[in-house]
Design a protein around this ligand. Structure first.
Ligand code: ZN
Length: 296
């Protein structure tokens, strides 16, 4: 049986038809609009295009979404990455889709994608970490995907990695991992270290690495925070593998994954294998599809 999968993100939304073996038969990527009516129209258009593949209007539908969620009610609540919008995804999709529906946090969905289709699928304990606009995670523990009471489990971007820093996270908290090491966080870390705002985006910082010692110092500090964050996560979950994905890590694996590996021993009680995602940007789509196919 095929599933319809949607990865509803702050910047892009992906729609796909996915087979039970994890093959993507058709995929559409579109920019995510910022109003409810436009989001509804985007879903309708996405589903109309996918139906051209012959997929049933009653096919299981798995949605991986930015949070925070109330997953059982099908809601996205006051999401900071879409200007504080609250979105009733269940109501939107039920107006034109008749099949069973599951809503997962995007990083939880990606963790399940890695468990079912990733670099090491025989494992029962896996942690996935995504470095993108934000920093999030998902965990499979003893074979089960951790969901939490509302589907928001494993918000590891908000682990405190520095109690002295005055850098404020998007959530309002101080010293959070995401505030230093995500796509939006890295320029804030640079501004704190240099005392001025030199770069607007993390991409500018990475591009400056070959010729600018200040960029190298910022990225070295990021590696230190990543080492602390990774060690805390491994010490918490005791996983067989930690998989790293998200746009920033996939583009810069040396700085986000390899360098921290060499400096994290001093923080670790437990050890594990750490690998870059083999599913790339499709991890959440594949996980949402696999999850809804298994639960209906
Ligand atoms: Zn935070």
């Amino acid at each position: 049986m095929d599933a319809i999968a949607v990865d509803f993100g702050a910047t892009y939304t992906r729609f796909a038809v996915v087979t039970s073996s994890g093959k993507i038969r058709r995929k559409i990527v579109t920019t995510t609009p910022k109003t409810i009516s436009a989001i509804k129209a985007m879903f309708k258009r996405g589903f109309d295009i996918l139906r051209q593949t012959g997929v049933s209007a009653k096919a299981p539908l798995g949605i991986a979404s930015i949070g925070p969620l109330s997953s059982r009610r099908g809601l996205v609540l006051n999401t900071p990455n879409l200007g504080g919008l609250s979105i009733n995804l269940k109501e939107i999709v039920e107006s034109f889709h008749k099949g069973p529906f599951a809503l997962l946090n995007d990083c939880n969905a990606a963790a399940w994608g890695e468990k079912v289709f990733g670099v090491k699928t025989k494992v029962e304990n896996l942690v996935y970490i995504a470095f993108g606009t934000g920093l999030g995670g998902g965990a499979v523990v003893d074979g089960h995907l951790l969901l939490g009471k509302d589907g928001n489990a494993v918000e590891i971007g908000h682990i405190v990695v520095d109690t002295n820093s005055r850098v404020r996270c998007g959530c309002g908290g101080m010293g959070h991992w995401e505030a230093f090491c995500s796509g939006t966080g890295l320029p804030k870390l640079a501004a704190q270290m240099l005392g001025k705002k030199l770069w607007k985006t993390s991409w500018e910082i990475f591009e400056s690495l070959p010729r600018d010692g200040r960029a190298r110092r910022v990225v070295a500090k990021m590696a230190e925070y990543n080492a602390a964050g990774y060690a805390s996560v491994i010490n918490t979950f005791d996983p067989e593998i930690l998989v790293v994905g998200g746009g920033l890590a996939l583009s810069h694996p040396r700085e986000t994954l390899e360098k921290p590996k060499h400096i994290m021993k001093k923080y670790q009680l437990l050890r594990t294998e750490m690998r870059l995602s083999s599913l790339g940007q499709d991890a959440a789509l594949l996980g949402a599809a696999a999850y809804v196919l298994e639960t209906v």
